[in-house]
Design a protein around this ligand. Structure first.
Ligand SMILES: [Zn+2]
Length: 238
């Protein structure tokens, strides 16, 4: 069963209605969802499902299941709905919005530091990318200034789709070597940030870069000869 991914077209929506498709232990699969499943370095959403009788379930995490299903992992010990039941869902918006801001910031970090990306992750208060940069001259203040200039320029963030063949013809689009776009699942989604960045991504993003707010480079670590880890935090007072 494939879950319809409502967050793709509606990243700012927080509430939705759905039907329970399957239940396995404390894992619930719905026919449609706004809950983003862990992937591409972005954590799975948390939130609440409300049953027809008014009872609520806490969604602690969201994961990808088999065959395009999205699995909502609810807290143990709650009374579960039945397959076919209608539920309403609400994501933890403040946490998700922080993920959207930091995730979009990671795209800008790959612009500020034009080197191959070998890994990364996003959290509600920090994010990081790993770069293959054997001879690094990265400076915290310089990268911080570059990032905040890209943010305050308020570039629009938009999504578009290309075929796998079109992506194969433009391999430079794939910056994150460790997270190649999924193959065999149809067209590939690209995220465009104004005229500064274009890369495949399935995550959730803010609509324009000013919404990220001020950030700063917290630290730059040399993890190995081919791994320079750059960590970013929000810096509202900066
Ligand atoms: Zn992204």
């Amino acid at each position: 069963m494939t879950t319809e991914l409502l967050f793709r077209e509606s990243p700012y929506e927080t509430r939705f209605e759905a039907t329970v498709e399957a239940i396995d232990g404390n894992d619930i699969v719905l026919d449609r969802t706004l809950f983003y499943p862990h992937g591409g370095g972005q954590p799975g959403d948390s939130g609440i499902l409300t049953l027809a009788d008014g009872g609520t379930l806490t969604v602690a995490d969201t994961r990808k299941g088999e065959a395009g299903a999205v699995v909502h992992r609810v807290s143990a010990g709650t009374t579960l709905p039945a397959v076919g039941d209608r539920v309403s869902g609400e994501i933890d918006w403040s946490r998700r919005h922080a993920h959207m801001r930091m995730h979009t910031c990671m795209h800008l970090l790959s612009v500020a530091i034009p080197a191959p990306v070998t890994g990364g992750s996003v959290g509600a208060d920090k994010g990081r990318l790993d770069f293959d940069l054997p001879e690094s001259t990265l400076d915290r203040e310089t990268v911080t200034a570059s990032l905040n200039a890209l943010i305050t320029a308020d570039h629009p963030v938009t999504a578009e789709w290309i075929t796998e063949a079109e992506l194969d013809a433009q391999p430079d689009l794939v910056k994150t070597l460790s997270a190649q776009p999924p193959r065999g699942e149809g067209d590939i989604r690209l995220i465009r940030i104004g005229d500064v960045d274009l890369q495949p991504c399935g995550g959730t993003h803010v609509a324009s870069t000013a919404e990220i707010g001020r950030v700063r480079v917290a630290k730059i670590e040399k993890k190995s000869r081919h791994n320079r880890r750059v960590s970013i935090v929000f810096d509202p007072e900066g």
